[in-house]
Design a protein around this ligand. Structure first.
Ligand code: C2E
Ligand code: MG
Ligand code: MG
Length: 667
């Protein structure tokens, strides 16, 4: 299910290559090399052309000289024969061959004369050569009969031909020189043009390469920025996990496509505490640790872990076997709970998980992503309220409970205001005399004709921030009621009121208690504030200051539920307490269990050593009374002495008991 990154295309790879300096350098070197090769080729061609002209010139000159030597040869052969007075057959053959050669040369001159345009010297030379040739032809035709005439005439014509040839060759050379000069100038100009063109091309090529590189890098930077924006839109920047947007997309898409989708919603417990105590950087480290842990857990199941925001994460799985899902939840809880070390400290965090699968709903429900998320949310909520660090699988009851709780949150403020929120009183008894000396006020909510016990609404009030109103209402009503009763009947009943620890963050609660005393007229020593140490009570110094402020009013402080795990000796030492109230859990087995008895005995000992009064809660039987009396406990509270009941009833009952005892002792 994990997002697969798309492969870069050919163009992307080419663009990427242009970003490397080595590639750009390679391009520049290639362009320069091509230009250099081209320049070399041009130069070589020019050289070859020049050489061609040179050899053409040479051939012409050689033609001229050879023609001269042919003429000379004819003259020599005739002169030789004239000297010998006869022409041998061999000499006649040589003469004839030389005459043929001369004919070829003459023809060559004629061709040059035709192709090169009119040249007077060439005409003269050709005419002179033709005259030599005519005489040679005549000699051959007359079979060299008149050697004297032939020799003289040929010598004269040869002389003339030589002069004509020299004139022609001089002309030729001059013309060729001029031609060569023109060609050289033209070639030099061409070379310059070509070199300038090639240099220009090189510069253009290099510039184009560099521009291309800039363009490509700008384009890639733009693409990168776009990709980053896209990534930010779909991924959480801190953990790198998909974010809520992607989570919702994937869940909707999967639910449309296939059945058997499970959703785990993960919420960290006490994350705020990590942030507050160790700082936000430590909080970030925890979130990254959680992300890694979840990714590891889902990997074998091909699931998708996302961060939904804050300390909320989720896992989408394409399976609905509840047993397997529970196993995955357990793995996730354990993986998240693993401690991490951060800047020399060991940090750890727990997580609560809520699970729901689409198979838990009938096909008529037409469940969509929102519906599944809602269901997982109910389950998560249940995990959170039932102790945290656990997972809960969704069922319909959870949803009903959730809706009920939500209604309660909506109704509670008006219940506090209109008096539907009442208090019951439970007697507290002095053990040796077994007389009621005071009461604990316990909140009750009369809702739709039913009395709702505090366990069903105190946590709701705490979560919704209404607990202060609940406690103040009970404090004011109970103190006013008991004080009025005392005044009316001349009694000295004391009253204990439960205070949630959330109050121990603001000094205003000192004034609230003071106001309650003043408006009720209750003597401060008859009022006890019961507080429970909870895990949320972190700011000890602040709490201690407020508790001390209340204590300074003359009000007693009692540590409630002592022995339930939250309270500790350290807490006792730090707190200004007058009394500890031993929790029912430490008492309920004392009749049957020796260890329970030993433990209770030890706790009573500690309290005595710390000079604290002790009241034992949850006494239900006379045997328990005997045991705790034997241990030296002073006071007790429990169903055995009286259940919580409406204030007036409890007070009247206690008054009646007092009257009875007084009567007994009088008689
Ligand atoms: P708590 O302060 O420890 O009160 C004693 C609880 O134990 C009461 O439950 C009481 O009815 C019950 N109890 C007393 N004796 C016995 C016994 O012999 N056996 C058994 N099984 N139970 C006994 P309740 O009234 O349901 O109150 C529960 C808790 O709710 C209280 O525990 C207290 O923590 C909280 N609470 C009650 N009223 C208030 C209030 O006004 N404000 C705040 N913040 N918390 C309140
Ligand atoms: Mg209490
Ligand atoms: Mg208690």
């Amino acid at each position: 299910m994990n997002a697969v990154a798309s492969k870069p295309g050919v163009m992307d790879r080419l663009s990427g290559a242009f970003l490397r300096r080595s590639v750009v350098a390679g391009c520049v070197i290639t362009i320069l090399t091509i230009c250099a090769v081209a320049a070399y080729y041009v130069q070589a061609t020019v050289n070859r052309l020049e050489n061609t002209h040179q050899s053409f010139n040479d051939r012409q000159l050689r033609n001229g000289y050879v023609a001269m030597s042919d003429v000379q040869r004819l003259v020599l052969i005739l002169q030789d024969a004239y000297g010998n007075r006869s022409m041998s057959a061999q000499a006649a053959e040589d003469f004839s061959a030389a005459a043929d050669f001369l004919y070829v040369r003459t023809d060559t001159f004629r061709r040059v004369q035709h192709s090169g345009g009119y040249m007077e010297t060439a005409d003269n030379a050709i005419a002179a050569l033709q005259r030599v040739q005519a005489l040679a032809d005549e000699a051959i035709a007359t079979d060299f009969r008149n050697l004297s005439y032939l020799s003289k005439e040929l010598t004269a014509r040869a002389q003339f031909a030589r002069q004509a040839l020299v004139a022609f060759l001089d002309d030729m050379r001059r013309l060729q020189d001029q031609l060569l000069l023109k060609q050289s100038i033209a070639v030099a100009n061409q070379r310059l043009v070509i070199l300038i063109t090639l240099s220009g091309l090189s510069v253009l090529g290099i510039a184009a390469t560099l521009l291309l590189r800039r363009e490509v890098s700008a384009k890639l930077a733009r693409r990168e920025a776009e990709a980053r924006v896209r990534h930010l839109a779909f991924f959480d920047p801190l953990t790198g996990l998909p974010n809520r947007v992607q989570f919702q997309d994937r869940l909707s898409e999967l639910m449309k496509r296939e059945a058997g989708v499970a959703l785990l919603l993960v919420d960290l417990d006490g994350f705020k505490q990590v942030n507050d105590t160790h700082g936000h950087a430590a909080g970030d480290a925890i979130l990254q640790h959680v992300a890694t842990a979840l990714e590891k857990v889902v990997a074998p199941y091909n699931g998708l872990a996302s961060r939904l925001g804050g300390d909320e994460f989720s896992i989408i799985l394409t399976r609905n076997d509840l047993q397997c899902l529970k196993g995955i939840c357990q793995e996730a809880v354990e993986a998240i709970n693993q401690p991490i070390s951060y800047e020399g400290e060991t940090l750890s965090v727990a997580a609560s998980i809520g699970v729901a699968t689409d198979r838990q709903f009938s096909s008529e429900t037409q469940l969509n992503a929102d519906g599944l998320t809602r269901a997982a949310d109910f389950a998560l909520y249940a995990s959170k309220s039932s102790g945290k660090g656990q997972f809960t699988v969704y069922d319909e009851d959870l949803e009903r409970q959730f809706i009920e709780r939500r209604q309660m949150v909506e109704e509670l403020p008006s219940a506090i205001a209109d008096g539907s929120l009442e208090f019951f009183l439970q007697p507290k008894v002095h053990l040796p005399s077994q007389l009621v000396y005071g009461f604990e006020a316990l909140a009750r909510w009369r809702r739709n004709g039913v009395i709702v016990p505090p366990r069903d609404f105190i946590s709701i009030a705490e979560e919704s921030g209404l607990i202060a109103d609940v406690d103040c209402r009970v404090l004011n009503d109970a103190t006013r009621h008991v004080a009025a009763f005392n005044r009316q009947h001349g009694t000295d009943f004391s009253i204990s009121v439960n205070f949630s620890t959330v109050h121990f963050t603001s000094r205003k609660f000192i004034w609230i208690v003071k106001d309650a005393l003043e408006s009720s007229g209750l003597r401060p020593e008859l009022l006890t504030i019961e507080i429970t140490e909870t895990v949320e009570m972190h700011d000890w110094d602040r709490a201690k200051e407020i508790i001390a402020g209340i204590h300074d009013l003359g009000v007693r402080i009692s540590i409630d539920d002592f022995g339930t795990g939250f309270s500790s000796l350290a807490y006792l030492r730090k707190t200004v307490a007058d009394e500890i109230k031993i929790d029912r859990s430490l008492v309920m087995d004392i009749e049957t269990s020796d260890p329970s008895r030993f433990l209770l005995d030890a706790v009573l000992d500690i309290a005595r050593n710390l000079d604290l009064e002790v009241i034992v809660e949850g006494i239900e039987s006379p045997k328990q009374v005997d045991i705790i009396l034997g241990m030296g406990a002073d006071s007790a509270q429990g169903y055995y002495f009286g259940r919580p009941m409406p204030g007036e009833d409890a007070l009247k009952l206690a008054l009646a008991e007092h009257a009875q005892i007084a009567q007994k002792s009088a008689s």
